[in-house]
Ligand binder design. Structure first.
Ligand SMILES: [Zn+2]
Ligand SMILES: [Zn+2]
Length: 115
């Protein structure tokens, strides 16, 4: 959300800066900040590690991230990973459509509310 807001600010600032001819550097600076924020956000999302096995929580393993039970059915090209225990699909398109309550690699239960 922060990135989106900055992007909107940028869209309003940059054309005005070019017209006045003086503020292009400010626009470029804002762009740099925006890219930095995006990179940091992506890195943070990929760096959520399991305290038990130190593997990435965003990756799907043999355990269900929703209920923590073993026996998650891996997805194929056209299907998402599916858990027969809680009957949920670990859908991912334009973001994550499931909650991580347990580590998918070792089954360690992490949080009641989930991520
Ligand atoms: Zn783990
Ligand atoms: Zn499950």
């Amino acid at each position: 959300m922060g990135g989106l807001f900055l992007g909107m600010v940028l869209l309003q600032v940059v054309p005005g800066s070019i017209q006045s001819g003086g503020g292009i550097l400010i626009g470029l600076g804002l762009l740099a900040v925006l890219i930095m924020l995006l990179v940091t956000g992506l890195r943070m999302a990929g760096l959520l590690l399991c305290p038990g096995c130190h593997q990435k929580l965003e990756e799907i393993g043999a355990y269900c991230p929703e209920c923590g039970s073993h026996g998650l059915k891996p997805g194929g090209w056209f299907s998402s990973p599916h858990c027969p225990t809680c009957n949920r699909k670990m859908r991912r398109n334009k973001g994550r459509h499931y909650t991580i309550r347990a580590c998918s690699h070792c089954g360690l239960y992490l949080d009641e509310k989930g991520l």
